[in-house]
Design a protein around this ligand. Structure first.
Ligand code: PNS
Length: 180
């Protein structure tokens, strides 16, 4: 019997499905770190790539971003990749996810993330936003900087997984090929 004052949680919680949304253009080591750590906390983790149907912006197409992530998460239990269009709140509702995972690199991320978390909760009160602090070693890494460094021909091998590096090299060598 539980000691008085201790409320035992007798109804075991069902499986927790979390969504880790982002642009992932492209996936870098900071993202991979968040995926691995979130996968240890939640039973099921969907890495959800934002697909903007009205305008495809960025270096990689949604399909390419998904392909990179698929390669990287291979063998990680309970982790899958998907893409979504429209509101994250609608997507979480549609797939029945009750948690949104976000990575926080620095205080500068916080204001934007706080606003998103409040709005997302208003739009879908059943999905709670949780934050994982990015590992210090990746706290300065962003997809924008990775693309910029790679664009100027410098090495980003220490910042991104192999799958991203290969596709970055392919993409940039194609864009630099002389036009016939
Ligand atoms: O990697 P990013 O660019 O920081 O990811 C941003 C993302 C995809 C998580 C965010 O833009 C998003 O959730 N977009 C979907 C549209 C939406 O729900 N907007 C919030 C309305 S409150």
């Amino acid at each position: 019997m539980a000691p008085s004052g201790v409320h035992m949680r007798l109804n075991y919680q069902t499986m927790i499905h979390a969504v880790y949304p982002g642009s992932f253009d492209p996936l870098h080591n900071g993202h991979v770190d968040i995926i691995r750590r979130a996968a240890r906390i939640y039973d099921r983790l969907t890495v959800a790539v934002l697909h903007n149907a009205s305008k495809q912006s960025g270096l990689f197409s949604t399909e390419e971003r998904v392909a990179i992530i698929r390669e990287v998460i291979e063998g990680l239990d309970g982790v899958e990749v998907d893409s979504f269009d429209g509101l994250l709140a609608d997507y979480t509702r549609r797939v029945g996810a009750t948690v949104i995972v976000k990575g926080l690199r620095a205080i500068s991320d916080f204001e934007y993330e706080l606003q998103m978390a409040h709005l997302n909760r208003q739009l879908n009160p059943n999905a709670e936003t949780t934050f994982i602090m990015t590992a210090t070693r990746w706290s300065y890494v962003s997809s924008t900087r990775v693309k910029e460094i790679a664009h100027y021909g410098a090495d980003v091998a220490k910042l991104v997984p192999r799958a991203t590096l290969r596709r970055l090299n392919e993409k940039l060598s194609v864009s630099k090929a002389p036009v016939e």
